[in-house]
Structures are given as C-alpha cells and as structure tokens.
Ligand binder design. Sequence first.
Ligand code: BGC
Length: 731
Amino acid sequence: MGLEMRLGSPKAYLAAAIGAAVTLFVVSEAMSRSDDKAHDIVTQMTLDEKIRLVHGVMPLPFGPAVTLPADVLPSAGYIEGIPHLGIPALRETDASLGVAYVMGLRHDGATALPSGLASAAGWNPQSTYEAGAMIGREAWRKGFNVLLAGGANLTRDPRNGRNFEYLGEDPLLAGTLAGAAMRGIQAQHVISTLKHFALNNQETGRHDLNVRIEEAAARESDLLAFEIALEAGHPGAVMCSYNRVNGPYACDNDWLLNRVLKTDWHFPGWVMSDWGAVPGIDAALHGLDQQSGEQLDKEIYFGALLKQKAQSDPIWLRRLDDMALRIVYSMQEIGIDAYPPQISAIDFAADAAIAQRVAEEGIVLLSNPRNLLPLAAKAQNIAIIGGHADIGVISGGGSSQVAPPGGPAATIPLGGLTQLEAFFHTALYMPSSPLAAIRSRNPHAHFAYDSGEYVSAAAALAKRSDLVILFATKWMGEGVDAPDLTLPGGQDALIDAVTKANPNTIIVLETGGPVLMPWLNQAGAVLEAWYPGARGGEAIARVLFGDVDAAGHLPMTFPVSEAQLPNREMPGAGLTEGTGFDVSYPEGSNVGYRWFAAQDVKPLFAFGHGLSYTQFRFGGLALARGRKLTASFTVTNTGAREGIAVPQLYLLQAPQGTRQRLVGWERLALKPGESRTVTVAIDQRLLADWSQERHGWSIKPGRYAFALGMSAQMPVGSSSDVILAGRVLPP
Ligand code: BGC
C-alpha cells in the first residue's frame, strides 16, 4: 500500500507507507526558511537527542519521582532542550482560559479569562485574538513557551463537563474563534496547541469510549471546526484526545493523524498526546509525534523503546526524524528559540481589563419581557440573592483552572477521593463581587444580601424589596459531566419562590452551559453570564446598568429538556471505569441547532439568540458570485440607544432540501439611526457534503437559499438565493 503525504504547503515532505509502517524522507521543493533550518538542525542531532525531543514529563510532585533542572516550574509539561543546537526546552502550561493554577501548586496568580463559551458568545474574533495575546504574554513572562490552549471540540451534548472550555456547537464560529485565539498566543512567541483532536465530546468514560461516526458526518462538523481553526490559527502543535474514534485511540489513529491532519490538511507541526493518552509505541507510526506527561501512561514508549526500534529499523528511524523535524519546525516558525521567555512583571490591571471586555461582550440577555433592564441608578431597596454574589464569580474546574493574583475569593470543595479528584472537583470563585460592583454603580439604593440558603428567608427579603437580582450558579469541570441540565442545589425552587414573591426579579446565570428554566415565565429578566472571569462582577454590573449594550449571542442551543437532545441519556453513564463502550450520534453532522432544525423542534433559546437594549433591522441581502461567494446586507439601528448587532447569515435550502447552516456573521456597533452595509464571504465547504468517493467537498448543482437571522430560529425576512454549478473541492 502506498501512501503519499504532503506535510505542509509550500513545504513538501513525502511519506511512503510500507505495510503498516510509514517512511518519511524530505524532498527539497520550495522549502521555507524554517524548513531549511529545522532540517539542518535535525541532521546534526544524535539519536539520543532526537529521542529527548519526543517525550516529556509532567513536572509535578506526583507519581514516580523525576529529576528536573531547578528552573522547571510546576506545570503540565517539560521536554528537555538541546542547548548546543539552540533548541530550547519546551515548557508547557495549560491553557485556554489563562495560565493554569496546576492543582493549587502555583501561587503567582494569573488573569482568568471568562469561559470559552463566554468568549464565543461575543462572536468577536478580534477580542479572542486579544485574549489569546494576553494569556500568551502572561505565559511568556512566567517562563513558558507552550500553551496547551485552543480547545475547539464542538458541543454535541450540553452536559459535557468541559463545554465551558470550548467555543460552542458551530464549526464556523468555533473554528474562527479558536484560530484567532491561537494567533494571539503565537504572536507572543509562545506555541499554542489546538485540542482535543478529535471527537472528545464528553467526559463520561473519556478514556474508554469509542466514537462511531461516518467520515462525512465527522468532516462536516467536528473536524471542520478543527480544519477552520488550523487554517486561521496555524498552531505549532495539535493535541490528540483520550477517546477512540472508529476503533483506534485518537492518539494512535492513522486516519485522524496521518490522513486527515497531516495529509489532507497539510499540518506541518507536531502532534502531542494528551496526558496519559498513549496506548503503545505504534502510535508513532500512526502519526503521534510526542508523548506528553509520560508518567501517566503505562510505559514511556517514546524513550528507550523507540530508540531501540530506530536503531534496528530504518523505517522507525525515518519516522523519528520526521517527529523531531516537526517539533523543531514549529519552534522555528513561532520563534521560541529566538525570543525565549523572560520572567518579568505582569500588568495584571491591564490584563484584567481585557478579561472584563470579553466578559461584557459575551453576556447574553436571554429575556427581558417587561424591559426591567437596563437598570436605572435610583434610590430603591435592592435585594441581591444567592450565587455567593457577595464575594465573587464562579469558575469551571480542571486543568484549565486559573487562580487570580492574591488567590481565589473562595474555594469550595465538591468532593473527591484522590488528590487529583479533589483538586478537579473544587469550585473557585474569582474575587470580583457582583454585589460590590452593582452597589458602586448605584450608591443611592439600599442593598440587602441573602445567601439563598433558606428559600423562605430569600422569598421574604424579595417580597419587601423593590428589585431583586438573583444569582444562580452551576459548576462544571473536567473529568465529570453534569448528570442533567437542572440548576443544582435546589436553586430552581429558590428562583421559583423568589420570582413568585417579587416579579421584579432579574436572574443572572453563571453556568458552564445551558440549564433548564422551569421558572422562565415568572422571571423579570434573565442574563446568561457564563463563568465571567477575573472581572466578572464588574462586567455583569455594566451590562445590568446598560453601560454597555447586552450584546452576547448564544454559541449553543438551550434545550427545553434533555428529551430534545439527540442522546437523551449521556452515553456510558453508570458504567465502571475501564469498561469500553460506543458513542454514536443520531444527529450525524447536524450538531446543535442543525439537529433542532432538521427535527423541526423548538428549543428554549436558539443558537445565536441574544437580545439588545436597542432594535435592529437587517435588509437588502444580496449574493454575488465572484472569485468567492459573498453576501452583502444592510444593518440599521432602529432604536433609541447605541447598540451592538450580530446579524447572522444562514443557509436554509440546498438542492438536497432543507438544511440549516451558519455561513457568516458580522458584529457591529451602531448609533441610533445609523445604517451600515457589510459583506461576508461564504466558505463553500459550509454548503457542501463531504464525498467519500471523491475525497472532497461536493457542491451539488442548483439553488441555495440564505436568510439573515437574529438567531437560528429567527430568520428576519431578508432572504436571497444563488444558483451554483456542481463541483468538488479538494479537502
Ligand atoms: C487535559 C488537557 C490538558 C492536559 C495537561 C489533560 O487531562 O485533557 O486538556 O492540557 O491534561 O494538563
């Protein structure tokens, strides 16, 4: 069997597979400077030096003792450098939401970004770029040169414990934003990963599950998010995930790594394993380039074992050369050798301002039926109830956990029998009190706070207040899925009683994703504030008072109940650890809102939904076929306040029939009466089907109809169509 792999355009490497083994050799065609230099460096390496680069430890005081240089900080990963060749050590830290706390071992503090979902709800690639640049800068100033960031897994199940780290359910939105964040990180000469590749869509049985999915369904959804992110962000590394995909583990998956990632997408960087995700040495032949956190695997496969193979078999040696080449290539491309990290002071105030802006942009006004919001600063009795709003805002748990400078406002243990479990299952509160922020915005009012512990006391306070702001929280974290979509700890009963006692109650949700809202019709207004990060309290207050428009839009569908989900029960729930099981997706490539559209089911709140404090009109949609397919339309602020519009363009009809897909959006600030015409380019992969036979994107000839929407459920009148010729686009 012959296999040809192009390992990065314009860089060309050729891989020939002989039997199950992959041989790699370099053909010098239009190589970039990084290629040339990386190749020179690798040719000077001894076998031991190559081996040194392709495996590394988790520098933590757990598990077998490892001897490390004194300057290695507690963090996720460390790979020794080769000083005489100018190859720096890789110093790796989590992650997407800021430089991580590492099980409470780091006390230097870092700026916590709002959750990934909060960033995604801003629909603003510029902000995710700046947020990426901010955490990249902090990482660099703390001595790191690799950030384990770039989470781009799609939300297939809203109960997934790690959804909060990711960017929602749409491949275009998630891919574009992940790409922008990684660009921001790498502009600081810090390598970013893109993770967890791929189909790591739930935490229940994450080491045991096998996703069964048709290639077309994967290419049109989860993989497309990664593909778009890769094109937009050029990450130096990709982290493969824990789960299996159609049989083999993702880190040992020839189809995912060699064919899709390295051949079809021309990924020139390296694939690192997730921590404890390497099942054996053959993973190297199947596309894995580096074993991370090796003490978590059964064996150090990419150490002495790989050396033996490379000494006795030229196929393995060539593979090892390619592994080393890919790592050195990314080091050169992103410049971690030329711009080594400098331990230096961080401007936490400036960085917190960035986190606050991201939080403000992502807060979603879900409902405001009586225009309770925005609030006026006036003398009245205001009750603040629940959510520890007197001390701070909640954050999500796991390896992405960040602790702020000075430490968290509160640390609430949620149970765990091992040290790791106990750390992962902890709710940390960022010291940014919504109560304090609201109070400072309205010094004329009288405030009272009730923890919400006793429903009767909270309801009594609500009854004697003019206005109530009730905070409800739902902690989610790595390693554990939510068993259902309710608000935990009796908060639904609390909200029910409080909203009955006083209809002027505003509910502020701090959650890691959708929750059910049996009390929705009783609430005066509902804001989804996600995990709002370092300055969450201030961001919430500014949105409540209308200092900024409520401009967030949902990056995922909020269902009415679990019965609306493609998998009503979480696959694998109740199985003991180590029991393998299959996960299949009845929705295929129709993830999220596409499933709701295909089933003609109305959710509680649709993907893309988000009210504003003003009104907008979208119109004049016109499509043009040039070198690219583009759509132009006009957005007008028809209300009395300045505001931010997020017009969304959806495909609604294709020659195959009804199909809904987000194909573009814009985010624009408009003054009252102001109108602007915008043009968005449409990526034709979003109109296509993946063709297994033609190994490419197949555009069916015929009519494609589009409409502008305020959300996936609200096309707003302006629609247009275009006739396209049939063709197949290469992968
Ligand atoms: C997580 C990764 C993380 C790694 C290192 C794993 O458990 O899945 O996202 O980067 O640990 O901390």
